[in-house]
Design a protein. Structure first.
Lengths: 501, 364
């Protein structure tokens, strides 16, 4: 069949080129070729991952949007036509990587933060303490405090297990398979250094990462990959994955080619076989089934660690979250539709789910209406891009956020969305040993750690401006947010007043 | 009339005097103390609370209610006659006073809970009264419960506190504990309900400062059924006190730790493991009750008062003792105006409470 698909990009090679061939070696998508004294580009294969651009020693390469155009049509956009043509050629479900890239409203960008002037002085974070310590886990409704035999007050309530975060940012779930072991090692080490946690995702925990257990949240998902007693014992916390923001309502599929020896051993499946996560957990068809799994995991770990539930932001997210909290979840991870994925059907990624901002506000509100918000922790995830997003998420009601795409970008990801091809030129979402080598672990740790440090400093700066010196006074404090350019209904859902009021 | 639904911030002066032996002090003294700090207010709010002012009625809840206009009174009274066993209802005496403009109508009601009222199992009389207060504030137009404790009452309004004191004829009252407030609202709705003290049951609070954490403090207490209707951040202190002290039965000593907890660094450095565990748990569980931002408050209760500032003391507080008297004020001048040479006078450290109580043997 003739390929009707026009190229997305044009690889422009300028006169500075010295024919060193570096770009040819760097391109993992077979775009570039050195032939007869020049570099030839197969534009149609280019995903604009920028690898050649960054590594060209003469900065001779530029990736451009393909200049050839068809008649403008605001309705039948080039993306629509392209998707349609691909389906006409393949008859298949279109796949996509990374997160929802459609131009839905980014509510973060319509929220403004407050600052102190005169009546409540701002606080200089360089001179005064700014406290970001956050505890994730179930809290009792109140404490029993009684005098001991010497009349000193003593805590008589035993608190359920808590995760202590020195900064309210966690590395979110990316499975071994979706990313490679080096990525896991980087995130684990960076989490340990920053006093926070990394979530190993649903593909098990590699043997070499067990020493990082006390900074690891392990996942139990519908495929139950790599779940065994030692896995649960090694972790600081357990997260039951019900859904993922990038692809609510569906499972996962790791192609057999990606299931190397190492991944197979970790996932406890034969090498080379497809690893399929079913859409639902086949033992969870109702809230009472979820409660049973929560308590089975708590029993298995002797109530020694928090057990949380991750759900995708969908229309009834508030009711689902409340149900999970009542079913015994110690923390809830709410994953918005901007969250990433290694592979998802394009139609799901682009059209299913809710913005995190909406879901987070709705969940926090519902838990408060039911009087149980203070008993359970909320981790907000899915498209957190900056410290400003972190601060706004916490002000809307999150205890902490988790980041994945942001950490990958820190490691080189350019959001080319070709994760599902397994050809990641930056060595992140690939299992190709040659490509993996591109990711230097020590440098990677430094980059991710720097990112956390920078965001942490920025959070403190903003808290100082807000006149708030403990993160718990920002959490759910929507009074310090105002909206700009949002409609009345969205403001109502967010519980945020318009700027000027 | 209540302004549009938003809360406002304020700067202010506070003062409190307590006779630890329970002897009654005439209202003139507290007026003199607070009037000394006239320049800390701007004439847009002044108020007082006295404990021990209704000794002959000490077994009855004393409801002070403010009506925007006379015609808002009847629906509330019809409700009160059903909800309570009223034994006395009367207009709170006032006098026309220069500096005090058009005033709302103030009434007081003394009563108990009707014995046959259907109530949820285990509900205390105080719980019942809180429901009554919340209902009036929320559902009855133009009516606001100013105070609702026993043997105590709040008198407040728009004006300088000394004028408000004369307006309410405070020289006719005597109390073993007086607390006063002068207001400097920064976003100035001249609203009588916005003056301090704020009070619920036996608790009262005056506040100099602004809660940067108000948004979350409010949402936290709302989970427990409290409704913030009086448009100022100070109100939330009262509900926090009621929640922690009366409903959750936390010891008094815990309140300052929740409102102005030690920094984590200080907690890590605490030697006693028992104390460390206690402080850690308080911060973990009661983080939403942390009062962040500048504040200096005086909390009144039937056995005494507590003075407290925020964790980095962004508002002033001075404490003094003389014989059986204890004093708190924003400025030393206010204390010396009524007690020129106190035995002790000091500046409490940030976040460190001054907790003065009646002697244990004092029976009220």
């Amino acid at each position: 069949m003739k390929n009707f698909l026009p190229s997305d990009f044009l690889v422009h090679i300028g006169p500075e080129c010295i024919l060193c061939g570096r770009c040819v070696r760097e391109c993992s998508f077979g775009v570039l070729e050195q032939k007869e004294g020049r570099i030839i580009a197969h534009h149609a294969r280019c995903v604009a991952c920028q690898r050649c651009v960054v590594f060209c020693p003469r900065s001779a390469i530029a990736i451009l949007p393909h200049p050839s155009t068809s008649r403008h049509n605001a309705y039948w956009t080039p993306e629509q036509r392209r998707a349609l043509l691909r389906q006409a050629q393949t008859g298949a479900i279109l796949l996509a990587g990374a997160g929802n890239d459609q131009p839905y409203l980014s509510i973060w960008d319509h929220l403004l933060l407050d600052a102190s002037q005169v009546t409540n002085p701002s606080i200089d974070p360089l001179r005064e303490p700014m406290e970001l310590v956050t505890f994730i886990g179930r809290k009792p409704d109140h404490l029993e405090i009684v005098p001991d035999e010497n009349g000193e007050l003593r805590l008589a309530t035993e608190l359920p297990p808590q995760l202590k975060l020195d900064t309210p940012i966690i590395f979110g779930a990316m499975s071994l398979g979706a990313v490679n072991l080096r990525v896991h090692k980087i995130l684990a080490e960076a989490a340990r250094r920053a006093g926070t946690y990394f979530n190993c995702g649903e593909g098990g925990l590699h043997e070499e990462l067990y020493p990082y257990g006390q900074n690891t949240i392990v996942q139990v998902a519908s495929g139950r990959f790599g779940v065994h007693q030692r896995y649960l014992d090694a972790a600081a916390a357990i997260e039951i994955k019900i859904g993922q923001g990038a692809k609510p309502g569906i499972g996962g599929h790791l192609a057999g080619e990606k299931v190397t020896e190492e991944i197979a051993r970790t996932r406890m499946i034969p090498p080379g076989t497809d690893a399929i996560s079913p859409a639902p957990h086949h033992d969870i068809y109702s809230i009472e089934d979820l409660a049973q799994l929560i308590y089975a995991l708590k029993e298995a770990t002797n109530y020694s660690k928090p057990v949380g539930v991750k759900i995708a932001a969908v229309h009834h997210v508030a009711a689902i979250a409340t149900g999970a909290a009542r079913a015994g979840a110690d923390f809830l991870t709410i994953d918005g539709f901007r969250g990433g994925t290694g592979a998802a059907p394009l139609v799901i990624r682009n059209h299913v789910g809710l913005p995190l901002e909406i879901a987070l506000a709705a969940v926090d509100d519902r838990l408060r209406e039911e009087g149980i918000r203070h008993q359970v922790s909320i981790i907000a995830s899915g498209g957190i891009r900056s410290s400003a997003d972190v601060i706004k998420a916490i002000a809307l009601g999150a205890d902490a956020v988790s980041i994945c795409t942001a950490a990958l970008i820190a490691l080189g990801c350019t959001l080319c969305q070709a994760c599902y091809t397994g050809r990641c030129a930056w060595g992140l979402t690939t299992q190709d040993p040659e490509l993996i080598k591109r990711l230097d672990i020590d440098e990677g740790v430094e980059r991710v750690q720097n990112l956390l440090r920078a965001w942490t400093l920025e959070i403190k700066e903003v808290m100082g401006a807000l006149g708030i010196n403990a993160i718990e006074s920002l959490r759910g404090n929507r009074e310090r947010l105002r909206s700009i350019g949002l409609d009345v209904h969205t403001q109502e859902v967010l519980g945020v007043r318009p700027a000027g009021m | 009339m209540r302004p549009a639904q938003r809360y406002d911030h304020a700067g202010c002066a506070t003062a409190g005097i307590l006779h630890k032996g329970g002897q009654l002090i005439n209202g003139e003294a507290i007026i003199e103390a607070i009037a000394t700090m006239r320049e800390r207010g701007n004439g847009l709010g002044g108020g007082f609370v006295g404990y021990g002012i209704y000794p002959e009625m000490k077994d009855y809840y004393a409801l002070h209610i403010m009506y925007d206009r006379e015609d808002y009174r009847q629906p509330v009274e019809r409700y009160l006659e059903r909800a309570l066993l009223l034994i006395r209802s009367e207009r709170i005496p006032t006098r026309p006073t220069p500096g005090v403009g058009l005033a709302p109508v103030f009434w007081r009601y003394f009563g108990t809970i009707p014995p046959n009222e259907p109530r949820p199992a285990g509900e205390s009389d105080d719980d019942y009264m809180v429901r009554v207060v919340m209902r009036i504030n929320l559902e009855f137009e133009g009516a606001y419960v100013v105070s609702s404790g026993k043997n105590m009452g709040v008198f407040k309004g728009v004006g300088y506190p000394e004028d408000i004191g004369r307006f309410f004829r405070l020289e006719e009252y005597s109390a073993y504990l007086w607390i006063a407030h002068a207001r400097f609202p920064t976003n100035s709705p001249a609203w009588w309900g916005g003056a301090h003290p704020f009070s619920l049951l036996q608790w009262s609070v005056v506040h100099n400062g602004e809660l940067s954490s108000y948004g979350i403090n409010k949402r936290y207490v709302e989970q427990f059924g409290y409704r913030c209707t009086l448009l100022t951040d100070t109100e939330v202190f009262v509900y926090l006190l009621d929640l922690f002290l009366r409903r959750q039965k936390l010891p008094w000593e815990i309140i300052p730790i929740i409102l102005a907890p030690p920094f984590w660094d200080q907690i890590y450095r605490t030697d006693s493991a028992q104390r460390r565990a206690l402080l850690t748990a308080i911060r973990q569980v009661y983080g939403a009750g942390l009062a962040n931002g500048p504040f200096s408050i005086i909390i009144g209760h039937p056995r005494g008062f507590i003075g407290l500032t925020d964790r980095i003391k962004l508002r002033p507080l001075i404490a003094a003792r003389h014989g059986e008297m204890a004093y708190l004020a924003s400025e030393e001048s206010a204390i010396r105006a009524i007690c020129p040479s106190p035995d002790e006078i000091w500046e409490p450290l940030a976040g460190t409470p001054v907790d003065e109580r009646l002697f244990e043997e004092v029976v009220l």
